[in-house]
Structures are given as C-alpha cells and as structure tokens.
Design a protein around this ligand. Structure first.
Ligand code: GLC
Length: 450
C-alpha cells in the first residue's frame, strides 16, 4: 500500500548526452585544504610512510589536516574563475566538492566541511554553482565515494580481500578495520554517503556527477545499483561518470590519452602538470601539447577534461591562466572543428587527428606537425566542394592521385598546405564534401575482369 504522506517519486529520466558530447572541452577543479601546503590532494597523508614514496611529497595526517586552519579562500572569485574557463573555450566545468580527505566544500549537515572545520568558514560550492550558471557553463560536481577521515569508513573489508594497499602499509588503517568487520557501522557510512549526495543533487542541481574513489569496496558493498536509482530520483537526467562499478554512464581514462578510441561516450581527465592539486614544483605541459590532446580526443569522439588547481587562497596560478587563454584563443578560431563534431578518419587514412561535422559533410583535418608542402588523405569517394585553411582567405590547391576506378577505390587526395600559414598550436584544413562522407576502407583489390 502506498503511504499518503510520502511524496510521489519523480519519474526516472535517463541521462541525455547531447550537451556532453557537443561540449568536447571541460575544466576540472581540484581545490581544498591540500592547496595550502601544495601537497597532492589526500594522497599526501595516505602515502606518508609508505615504502617507495618520496617522504618530501607526504606528511602525517595531523599535519595534513592542520592545513585547514590556513585555508582562508580569501581571494576566491568564482565569477572570475568561470569567466576564465569560458575564455578558455570550455563548455562545462566539474568542481571537486569533496576529495578522499573528506573535507566537504559545501555546507553539509554531517562530516568535515569548509564551513565548520576550516578558517574559510563558508560554503564554497554554492557561489561556484551560481557563477558557472551565469557564465553559461554546464555544471558537474566531483565527489569521492571513499572518505579516509570518516570514523565509519574503515569498518569493512572488500570480499576476496583484494586491496591496492599492502597489509603492512601504514595507510592500510585508512581503508580497512583493524579488527573484525562491523557491517552496522558501514551501513551508517552509507547513510552519510547518501545524505551528502542527496544534498548535492537537491541544492545544486548538477547536470553531471563525477565520482571517484570506488576501488576499496565492491559494487555490492557500495550498493551502486540502488545508488544509481536514488541519484536519478534526486536529480532526474543527471549524467554519472563511470566510477560507479559498472553503474555509471561513461568511461573516464585518466592522464594517459587512449591510443584506441574507447567504446561509447568517454572523457580523458588530465592535469596541466603532474598533480591534481597545486604543486610546489610543477612542470607544465605546453599549449601545443594541450591543444593537440584536445584534437586527439575529439578525433576519437571523446572529451577532454583539463584540470585547474588554484592556490589555497583561490588564486589561479599565472601559468595555468596563460595556458587556458592560449587554448581559448586557438578555439575561438578553430572551435568549429571541435565542438559538436564526431570522430574523424582512422590514422591509416590521415596521419593526424580529424573530425567530421554532425552532418558528416565536412571533414576537419588537424595539421599538428609542420607540413612538407602537401598532406595526403585516403578513402574519400565524394566530390570535393572546397578545401580551406581555417583562419585564412582562399582555397587550398589539391590534386587526386591514383585510385582504382574499376573497384570504386578512390585516389589519394593531396592538399597543398603552406607551412608558413600554419598555426604553431595546430591548424585545421576544412574539406567540404558534396554530401555525407562516402568512405572507403578495405584491403584493396586486383583486376578480375577486363
Ligand atoms: C584519482 C585520484 C584523485 C584524482 C582523480 C581525478 O582517482 O585518486 O586524486 O582526484 O584521480 O581523476
């Protein structure tokens, strides 16, 4: 029998990936108490005393947590952040609302938070959410399932005893109980976990939830099947990343660009330097490398989620801002070849990334290396309407060479690309076809009849 006092549950709305797939470029933000001392988020205490870890990169839990007293967030300007992300050409942003250290950046009812436990003394998620919306960015929130500071987290082991932490490691205690399992306390942890996620969904209405830290418990222990349903009730239509033990919506390869396109919807998350949080000795990737990675992701039908790691006071380090603005300037000219596109040709057909427009009548070739007078493309059976170099007047000269007409195998298209006109971050050669790409890929043929 239904309970007349309980509200009618909202219908489950399946996620719609249209905006996500069109966006192609997003900005991830890792910011918290760990940004103060410029240590790696949460891992700095987890790795402390672990053999093989550089002691300079870690510190004991109490010293790690002491950073909260100096976390003032005095220069936190979410409007300026989001305007910068917009200027970088990002279409969405994902804010870390709670890392593995358990310090929530919003005014949560339970657990550690920047409101109660840090000198900042305020909710940092709410103003960010408003600023992201005002800037027209799609909004996602990062949340770590595991919480190494919650008293009820380290209360049960994973069935089968699998763990990424050696038993004699000092960090074992953050993840697993010292004595026997205590399933009741684990249930209490799950209650808290749901409470926080309900708060995030209902207060901030994110379009995407970006989970992390699922690896220390099984899907059954997390009750991920049930969680998926709950999340879609609390926030109909929300997209869930894949770190949900098989119950998420898309894959999130991390740091290393895939060399084979993952199946389905996907997003590469990557840092500009080596760490997720502001680091003392960063060694930055170049704008050229970052733009190339974005082209490679789009070329394989995926997104790039590029990480930004502000300083403890909320300042975005000048080197990060410079890189974002360089990417933005490039996208302002070449964005048509990135946003709303589909995966392009295999690398056998063009020696670089490429994308197709949504209607498949325009092929964008990314010329990321300095060309020698001509670049070549194989497999196009269509008639060519025009070929241009984005950002330049006039058409590029081209010729078609060879081919096997008797077997409908197209010749190789050679395009003259003047190196001096190319953009050092990457150029786009735009080929307009007479219709949707009529594509040839095969092992070739010999004459069987004359
Ligand atoms: C890893 C790390 C975490 C980081 C995340 C981002 O799971 O544990 O520190 O936030 O990747 O993808």
């Amino acid at each position: 029998m239904s309970n007349p006092d309980s509200p009618t549950p909202e219908p489950l709305i399946a996620p719609d990936f249209t905006w996500f797939n069109n966006a192609r470029f997003g900005i991830f933000v890792h910011w918290g108490i760990y940004s103060v001392g410029q240590y790696e988020a949460s891992w700095a205490f987890f790795n402390h005393g672990v053999p093989g870890q550089d002691p300079k990169d870690s510190l004991p839990l109490d010293e790690y947590m002491a950073q909260r007293h100096a976390f003032l967030a005095r220069r936190f300007d979410p409007v300026a952040w989001c305007e910068l992300f917009k200027a970088a050409g990002a279409r969405y942003t994902i804010l870390g609302t709670k890392h593995h250290d358990g310090v929530a950046l919003w005014d949560t009812a339970e657990g550690l938070s920047t409101v109660r436990d840090c000198t900042a003394g305020k909710d940092l998620v709410a103003p960010f959410v408003d600023a992201a919306r005002a800037a027209g960015l799609h909004l996602g929130l990062y949340y770590s399932h595991l919480d190494w500071n919650h008293p009820d987290y380290a209360t049960v082991r994973q069935p089968g005893g699998f763990t990424h932490i050696p038993k004699d490691s000092p960090s074992y205690r953050y993840a697993y109980p010292e004595g026997p399992d205590d399933p009741e306390r684990w249930e209490n942890f799950l209650r808290f976990h749901r409470l926080q996620l309900k708060e995030l969904c209902e207060r901030f209405s994110p379009e995407l939830l970006w989970f992390d830290g699922h690896w220390e418990r099984s899907s059954e222990q997390w009750k991920f099947a049930e969680l998926r349903k709950q999340l879609l009730e609390w926030r109909p239509g929300v997209i869930l990343n894949g770190r949900m033990g098989g119950y998420g919506d898309y894959d999130t390869p991390e740091q290393g660009i895939p060399t084979i396109a993952p199946k389905g919807v996907w997003e590469l998350c990557m840092t500009m330097n080596k760490s997720w949080s502001m680091a003392l000795h960063p060694s930055y990737k170049t704008a050229q490398e970052l733009v190339r990675t974005l082209c490679e992701c789009a070329g394989m039908g995926g997104n790039l989620l590029l990480n930004v790691s502000p300083l403890g006071d909320g300042t975005i380090f000048y080197e990060q801002e410079r890189l974002l603005r360089e990417i933005g300037a490039w996208l302002a000219v070449h964005g048509d070849a990135i946003y709303g596109t589909q995966a392009g040709l295999p690398f056998t057909h063009f020696y670089g990334p490429s994308t197709l427009s949504a209607d498949r009548t325009t092929l964008n070739l990314f010329v990321v290396d300095r060309p020698w007078s001509e670049v070549s493309v194989k497999g196009i059976r269509n008639k060519i309407k025009s070929i241009t170099l984005v950002g330049h007047e006039g058409e590029l000269k081209h010729r078609i060479s060879g081919g096997a007409e008797f077997a409908n195998i197209p010749g190789v298209l050679w395009i003259s690309v003047p190196a001096e006109a190319c953009n050092p971050l990457g150029s786009v050669v735009k080929i307009k076809l007479d219709g949707p790409l009529d594509f040839y890929a095969s092992e070739g043929q010999v004459v069987t009849q004359n």
